[in-house]
Design a protein around this ligand. Structure first.
Ligand code: DC
Length: 227
């Protein structure tokens, strides 16, 4: 098997990137990194510490105080912010409503990309996000760009929120997704865009199993090339 195989999965919010990435990582015994969780944890820190996004000095200073760590328990994302487990809190609305603005900041992106590239140096890795195939790992062996009907995306996210007894309406979720799509695709610093060599996966009508098969087909040639 080739060393340090990188699979980059990018796409819009709530497109099922992490579900696919986790399933693929489990199947291949790769490391899975949810890069969105890193931007979310930074956002949580900024909210808690009342960091003003237009205060460059405060942002730069805050970034120096933030230490993120992942630990993978059965391929679920567990992230700590300065040793505090924040995996649940970063998924809640206050963070979701602010994360696109925070992740549009140049200094935030610079620091996160640096940390992400470090993670890809030594291991076989699957990373999902918005700029993985374009900026973080432009030489990734496999790049998948996920899309899905926005209404379906909101419905899936709503189901998930209900199962966790989160008090949020379908409309609020739909609006949040649309708002984040807009900000993520129009920001100046590495906006969400399909890398030229990324293959599009539209999962509007695909089951999780079909998506996994699609991805495995793309990865297989690299896994078996040196066997
Ligand atoms: O994948 P997610 O929805 O948890 O990501 C949260 C936000 O983080 C998303 O709205 C945009 C930002 N993000 C980013 O800018 N770059 C990444 N590689 C991953 C996420």
């Amino acid at each position: 098997m080739s060393k340090n195989l990188v699979v980059a999965i990018d796409g819009y919010s709530s497109c099922g990137k992490s579900t696919l990435a986790k399933a693929l990582a489990k199947k291949l015994h790769f490391i899975y990194v949810d890069s969105g969780a890193m931007y979310r944890a930074v956002t949580l820190y900024f909210i808690r510490n009342n960091i003003k996004l237009d205060d460059e000095f405060a942002v730069e200073n805050a970034l120096k105080q933030i230490h993120l760590n992942f630990h993978s328990l059965d391929y679920q994302t567990h992230i700590t912010l300065n040793d505090e487990e924040v995996s649940t809190e970063i998924r809640q609305m206050p963070v979701s409503e602010n994360v696109s603005e925070v992740s549009a900041l140049k200094s935030v992106r610079k620091e996160m990309v640096k940390q992400q590239q470090r993670m890809g140096k030594l291991k076989n890795i699957i990373m999902d996000g918005r700029d993985i195939g374009t900026t973080v790992f432009p030489y990734a062996e496999v790049k998948i760009f996920m899309i899905a009907d926005p209404k379906i995306r909101a419905e899936r996210r709503f189901k998930e929120a209900k199962s966790k007894e989160e008090n949020i309406s379908l409309e609020e979720i739909f609006d949040n997704i649309a708002h984040r799509d807009f900000l993520d695709t129009t920001r100046k610093e590495s906006p969400l865009t399909r890398a030229k060599d990324a293959i599009v996966l539209d999962n509007t009508t695909l089951s999780e199993k079909q998506q996994l098969e699609f991805a495995l087909e793309r990865v297989k040639p690299f896994i078996f090339q040196n066997d």
